[in-house]
Each structure stands twice: as structure tokens, then as C-alpha cells.
Design a protein around this ligand. Sequence first.
Ligand code: PEP
Ligand code: MN
Length: 336
Amino acid sequence: MMIIMSMEATPEQVAFVNQRVIDLGFTPHPITGEERSVIAVVGNNPIELQDQFAILPGVDRIMPISRPYKLASREVQPENTVFPLNGFNIGGEQIVIMAGPCSVESRQQLLETAQAVKEAGGQVLRGGAFKPRSSPYTFQGMGEKGLEILAEARDLYHMPIVTEVIAPDQVELVARYADVLQIGTRNMQNYPLLHAAGESQHPVLLKRGMSSTLDELLMSAEYILSHGNQRVILCERGIRTFETATRNTTDINAIPVLKALTHLPVVLDPSHSTGHWEYVTAVCRAAIAAGADGLIVEVHMHPELALSDGKQSLKPETFAEMVRQVRTIAHAINRE
Ligand code: PEP
Ligand code: MN
């Protein structure tokens, strides 16, 4: 439920209501950006409880939250969630481009790619150090050494880093290096990992499960938000369909649907959603036209030598051209 305080409610009355929520064993979630105080209380709020709050001094009314996800829904927070990442905002007017290799493979590879991404206009550097690979016989990532290389690139090029965490007990380690924790498609419903990422209070890029509905994606986001961690970015990365011409099917619908259902920033990953570099630029244009807040794109200096996902990686020149095209689309819809 949402406890809507009246415009005239005093700070003492708001504090009293907050304390009542806590005394009854719930966590109050204050909602920002309103001209009056609104407190969301999630969990099982039976009707009698709603009545008890409705008559407290300073309370205007109680509104139930109809969606199964609560803190993620636009009902609870009509305004977009916008948060800063190293000097720019995600979720606001500005389109954020995250790019880099699928995997960190060596110091030289990552530093060269970081420089190319930066020069082409990318703002966030991606690169996996812990890789969730379909086969146990393929490259599994450099682990902590990969994180150290990412941190070096961040310091050199002043770019925040997004990198994947695949296990709950790794969250602390990865959060020491990463600016944004990536939770991959295979882990969207790894609930211990979602809890740990929530508890970390670190920004999270949550990818949609390849066979998950948007409601399921939002329920997974709710796990993170329920720990008071509000910095969650949702990522559409393609879903399984009957189509085999591409690795996955880009669900462009997901962008306007998510933007309607939630206040969280939404980005698109055209590399995994198409699986082929040739289609990446077109899908980037489509994503921005559809209202995405950003892109996460795989870039490799030598895709033919990549240890993972070379086929879908852009070379730096192609990436730079994609950024130019996306800039034109962004301006056409009044975004930066
Ligand atoms: C990746 O970003 O390299 C990755 C493994 O993505 P996904 O989880 O979407 O497959
Ligand atoms: Mn990849």
C-alpha cells in the first residue's frame, strides 16, 4: 500500500507514521519527487492494517498498489529514476552508451578497447571477468585479474565500469572494482544473487532472462529494490523465439512497455539480441527511437581473435559510426 500524507502533514506526523510502519514489522520506503510525503509499505498489508493507517494524524489516504511488483512500478513512483554515474546521469535526457569486449582477455586488449570506446563517444566501459558460459570447456574469464585490469582502465580513461557477477559470494569482490554490477540473463532469477546485489547498495544492470516475461524481469528488479537499493537499470538483451536467423530476437516492444510499467532506466543490448555484428547498428537505432535510455554494445579490436562473442562484436570504426547514427536519432526525439 501507499500511505499518502496530506499536504499539511507536519514532519512529526510523517515520522510517527514511519515509526508505526517499523513497529508493525514492515520497512517504510519513502517516495521521492512528490510535493507531499508518500510512504510505500510492501509485503502483506491486510485491509485492517490499511484502516489503522488511514486514521493516523496527517494521513490523507491509503492507496493499494495493484501490480505484483511494487517499488519497481510507476504507480509507486511516477517520475523516472535518474541517477548519476561518474558525471552523467542515466535515466534522464541523456542516452548512455556502454561498450567494450564481451570478456577481458588481457591488459593490452582491454586498454586498447577502452581508449577506442572513449574516443568514439562511449561513456561506460563493459567487460566480463567472470563469464557464465554455456560450455564448461570455453573461456571462463580472467577472474579477479580481469577486475584489476578493468579498474586500471577506469582510472586511465575516467570511465565507469560495468562487469558481471555470477555468484552471491562474489558480489563483495566485484563491487570493490565495478561501478555497476551486471546480472546476466542466466541469473535473472538467481534469487540469492539478487538479494546480495540488493544488499550491496551498488548500481545494478539487470538483464532480462532469455525466456522471461517482462513481469518476471520486474519481479527480479523488485528483489534488489526491496533492499533499499534504488539504482537498478533494466536491460533487454533478446529472447528465445522460434526464429533461428539470429541468436535471439530483439524484443523492441519491451522498451515502451517497460517505460510504461516502471520508472527504472531501460537499456538495450543489440549484441546478444542479434548475435551478429552486421545487425547491431540497425537495432541500436531502433532501440533509441523506441525510447531506450542507453545501449550496451560489444566492441573488440580484433573480433576474429576474440575469446568470446567475436561474431557479434563491432570493430572500433563500426562502433564510432554507430554512435554517430544514434546521435542523430537521439536529437530527432529531443534527447542528448
Ligand atoms: C554478456 O554481456 O557478455 C553476457 C553474457 O550477456 P547475457 O547475460 O545477456 O547473455
Ligand atoms: Mn557476450
